[in-house]
Write a protein that binds this ligand. Sequence first.
Ligand code: SF4
Length: 335
Amino acid sequence: MAGDPILSLRNVEVHFPVRTGVLKRVTAHVRAVDGVDLDVYRGEVLGLVGESGCGKTTLGKAILQLVRATQGTVTYSGEDGETELTTQDEAGLFAFRKRLQIVFQDPHSSLNPAFTIFGSLEDPLRHYGVKTRAKRRKIVGDLLEAVNMRREAMDRYPHEFSGGQRQRIGIARALSIDPELIVCDEAVSALDVSIQAQVLQLLMDLKREKNLTYVFITHDLSVTEYLCDRIAVMYLGKVVELCDAEELYSNTLHPYTQALLSAIPVADLDRKSQRIVLQGDVPSPINPPSGCPFHPRCRFAQDVCRSDVPRLRAYRAGSGVHMAACHLIDQPLAD
Ligand code: SF4
């Protein structure tokens, strides 16, 4: 991927303590994110995909410092140089929260039903110093028009809108303080397919107009193929495959990704017959399997998979590289 990283994650871990007993002693940890190295390049759409429970949402929140990493670094690169976000306190994060925003999955629960749309959207503006109400109303009106809604919508309440309209309002709120990067967390998953397409088109139009960077979190690989420049596939808190979107779909290396891709509904009966059914659920991140975390569900698992953790290694892919973590893939570029 050409360009400079806007964010660089190195060995990021997010472990949540599990407390039990009367004394609430810490008896275990949920390893939600377990050693992720990842760059997000300015202007790209990076897909974060995987089944429910693979750690993608927690990683998205760790990028935004909505949950704090237990270990590792998240470095933001801007005009004024590099800043390590994980060591900043809330006051230090104030300026960065403006640059890094999120759109949630459920637009209904992310808008306060007791507030008008103006009430919900003016809050971040007030927080970041837009003092007069008249100016806030002008900005909120402009934002609503930017997401193809009428200005008058600002005086109505969330329940008066459809799911697609509410998600547009959620996007308007994320845009309100002029961010550089938006984490879209399952942003279209709750919508009907036809509405999904409209909201995805809106996201891409806004990206072009405002030169945005997206981290697009989804369990749905049929959405990411045309939307994303690169895709990182996560399993049990780790990135197991990472490359350009086109490369991922045409030359899938990791058995987990192969299974996910085979489950995409297609009209083609031949492709349907090749579906790889994954047995069971994602194992508990409290006590992940030894060796390769995917081995209990992998149809190719061998002895080495049960004992040794495969590292994410680089392979040649056209003019770029294709990263994958699997013992059975030959000829890495370097060890
Ligand atoms: Fe499957 Fe082994 Fe590769 Fe893991 S390392 S994905 S268990 S073949």
